[in-house]
Design a protein around this ligand. Structure first.
Ligand code: GLC
Length: 738
């Protein structure tokens, strides 16, 4: 067809520039306008339609649509769940047969790695180390890009206080300050272009307050005050916008009666207050679900509401493809608004270089050479080591510096590759993870290692107890692996009971009775409850789901090759009834006091404190804090101290700075994390540590908007949010407006 050939011939010349960084936005706008002028209404709508590939389903799949034909007709602008550069190349070739040959964007849930799997994000949050987290994102971005992926649906920035919600595994924990630091590190790790010009778009999700679901039940109602919305849930999303993130993804939940996918308040913040100029993609089917919510009369109205609020792309609702053209023709959506949305999609395709070379990301040879490289695996091992929390170490039985000959390994999770990867590894489920048992055999080939599953993860079956207990009795060291299988946390995996299954705790406690040399390794995607183990286990390491190098990383910590430095990113409850339990709570007028059995905010049947508070974690070393000082400098507070490693092992200590504003027009939490740093010290050495807190970090959304830093505070240094080493009063004045 002459027209098509003529137009396809024009397009490439529009984009002769080599680097996405060489042109300012004006040029992108000019070029995008040139393409828009060639597009029909159908073609514009097509750019705003995202459908899934058939390699994975991460949501309820619509009736089967002929996607090959839709691609050739320019009715699909982006896809997700397409595996590898071979398949993305094939589908891209179909899109290039359309009249204008506009290339397709390929997105993917790269949540904690593409092929090299890293610890789940909640485990990475436990590292309290943005540099480490950034490195994991960098490797993930590279492996995605060389596999044909342009867009990662990460970071998930849902701050959460409810471990019953299965998606805490994907998130940054319970604190907005930590979450904001993670957001910055991951977005920079993802979006910084590589030397060869490849780069990926990141996606801040889920916008917003998804983790506030009542009862911790996924997709459930969120009813939240403006203070909680601004002070708890929105900070990492604001940082994401400030970092120039390419995209946001809407959340499934409603917020105070309006689905987040069409909530005017949060999108007004995003576009007007935060000056976001990227793409917003709905979550899977979220636009059509606005009818199910009881907000939209029908899918056509849902289309109008979502689009006019600011959702650029419709993922897997087929609402935009079915109704947007009609709405434009009826004037209920203006063509100018439509053009603005389409331009954003076109501009990001240009920035990725897809108009210069639509196959730029699809090189099977390069994919084969780069995926799962030794360097990537070493990074994964380092991130995993730094994500393991030492929760108990009675009588310092850890580290096991001299591994004994006879070792018992108990628990099916000690030898399950699939479970080591955890959930949200959609394109890597043929797991190649190193299990604990494999790592042990590789590292100690001369040892006599006995592996007994001992318990079942799917049945109340104690038939393996006897063999396991006997093996432990005979061994010099017993490693017990307990916890969740890969699908017990994640999307639609909320739980009413987060106790480690009693059958597992029962076996472990029976083992503790026959040997003092037992180390318990708890795996899973969330904080869990295991009171019997906490009280009776000689040693507990919280190992989350650590990914490809899980077994090696666990052994690095067990043997002391790595001194554990991770800390609790989300409070571990002692009882289900406490949930939600979190560190940055308000003081109330009658705080819970154990001794006051009449009029204080305590439970009468249990204590109110978590088993392991935010920021908690043990080390093989001891650290001494001295010379704590605070100093007010222009625009910032400077906290300094001296730290000494008085222990027997080199290691890192997480210095934690908390503040509390003592009074004001809105009550404030009893602690707010405002500074942290992992400080590595060789044994016997000291270092002075300075942490600066900009006054702007002390702002808080109060009854009538954002406060400035003025006021009376206490400043704390804590080993965690409740174990305070130093505190000092502080009054800030003369910093109005800061
Ligand atoms: C899922 C998730 C979202 C994911 C999307 C695409 O339902 O909520 O986090 O990015 O669909 O798989």
């Amino acid at each position: 067809m002459k027209t098509k050939k003529a137009i396809c011939a024009i397009l490439p010349f529009l984009f002769l520039s080599a680097s996405i960084l060489a042109q300012d936005d004006t040029q992108w706008n000019t070029k995008a306008d040139s393409i828009l002028s060639l597009m029909t209404l159908d073609e514009k709508v097509g750019q705003l339609n995202m459908l899934t590939g058939n390699w994975e389903a991460t949501g309820p799949v619509l009736t089967d649509i002929n996607k090959a034909e839709s691609l050739k007709q320019g009715r699909i602008g982006s896809m997700l769940n397409v595996k590898g550069s071979k398949n993305t190349r094939e589908l891209q070739s179909l899109a290039l047969q359309s009249r204008l040959g506009i290339p397709v964007l390929f997105g993917q849930d790269v949540i904690h790695g593409y092929k090299t799997i890293f610890p789940i994000p909640l485990a990475q949050a436990a590292s309290f180390d943005p540099e480490v987290i950034g490195r994991a994102a960098r490797v993930s971005a590279r492996e995605s890009a060389v596999s044909g992926i342009h867009w990662v649906f990460s970071p998930m920035l849902d701050v959460s206080r409810d471990p019953r919600w299965g998606r805490v595994m994907e998130g940054p924990g319970e604190d907005p300050f930590l979450a904001s630091a993670i957001a910055k590190a991951m977005i920079e790790g993802y979006q910084t272009p590589f030397d060869d010009g490849l780069s990926v778009m990141a996606c801040a999700k889920h916008f917003a307050a998804y983790s506030g679901a009542i009862g911790g039940r996924d997709y459930n109602t969120v009813d939240v005050s403006l203070q909680t919305l601004h002070n708890l849930y929105l900070p990492p999303f604001k940082v994401a916008a400030e970092c120039g993130i390419a995209s946001f993804m809407s959340a499934f939940n409603e917020i105070n009666g309006i689905p987040a996918t069409a909530h005017p308040y949060i999108y007004n913040l995003l576009y007007k207050d935060w000056n976001f100029d990227g793409i917003v993609v709905s979550d899977w089917g979220a636009i059509r679900e606005m009818v199910v919510h009881g907000y939209s009369k029908d899918r056509k109205q849902a289309t109008e509401q979502a689009f006019n609020t600011g959702i650029t792309i419709d993922m897997e609702s087929n609402c935009y493809s079915n109704y947007l053209k009609e709405l434009v023709e009826e004037g209920r959506v203006t063509e100018a608004t439509l053009d603005r949305a389409v331009k954003q999609v076109l501009i990001w395709k240009m920035k990725l270089g897809l108009f210069d070379d639509p196959y730029k990301y699809c090189d099977e040879k390069r994919e084969g050479e780069e995926i799962l490289s030794a360097a990537s695996r070493e990074t994964a091992r380092d991130v995993a080591r730094k994500s393991i929390i030492l929760l108990e170490n009675k009588n310092a039985i850890l580290p096991i510096v001299n591994m004994p000959r006879d070792i018992a390994v108990i628990g099916s999770l000690a030898n399950s590759k699939r479970d080591m990867d955890g959930n949200w590894v959609s394109l890597s489920n043929e797991s190649i993870a190193v299990t604990l048992l494999e790592a042990l055999k590789q590292r100690y080939p001369a040892s006599n290692i006995t592996f007994i599953a001992g318990y079942s993860t799917s049945a109340d079956d104690r038939s393996g107890f006897g063999e396991a207990i006997e093996a432990a009795r005979k061994a010099d060291l017993t490693l017990i692996a307990l916890g969740e299988t890969w699908n017990m946390s994640g999307e639609a995996r909320s739980k009413g009971d987060i106790n480690i299954p009693s059958i597992q705790q029962e076996l472990a406690t029976e083992i503790y009775e026959v040997t003092p040399h037992a180390v318990t390794l708890i795996m899973g995607g969330r904080p869990t409850i295991f009171n019997e183990l906490s009280e009776k286990s000689p040693a507990i390491l919280y190992c989350w789901w650590l990914g490809t190098e899980a077994g090696n990383a666990i052994l690095d910590v067990v043997t002391g090759e790595y001194n554990p430095s991770a800390r609790v990113p989300m409070s571990f409850p002692k009882h289900l009834g406490q949930i939600p339990v979190y560190y940055n709570h308000k003081n109330t007028g009658r705080p819970p006091v154990e001794s006051d059995r009449n009029y204080s905010g305590r439970y009468i049947d249990m204590d109110h404190k978590p088993r392991y508070p935010f920021g908690f974690g043990l080390s093989y070393s001891e650290f001494e804090y001295t010379n704590f000082q605070t100093e007010v400098k222009p625009g910032r507070l400077v906290v300094s101290l001296n730290l000494t490693n008085t222990g027997l092992y080199d290691g890192a200590e997480l210095v934690q700075v908390y503040v509390r504003k003592l009074w004001g027009p809105s009550t404030r939490p009893v602690k707010e994390l405002k500074g942290f740093r992992q400080v590595f010290l060789k044994k016997g050495t000291s270092q002075s540590v300075q942490i600066e807190i900009p006054f702007s970090d002390l702002s808080y959304y109060e009854a009538d908007g954002w406060s400035d830093a003025e006021g009376d505070y206490k400043v704390f240094i804590g080993r965690n949010a409740t174990d305070i080493i130093f505190e000092a009063p502080l009054t800030l004045s003369g910093c109005k407006g800061l």
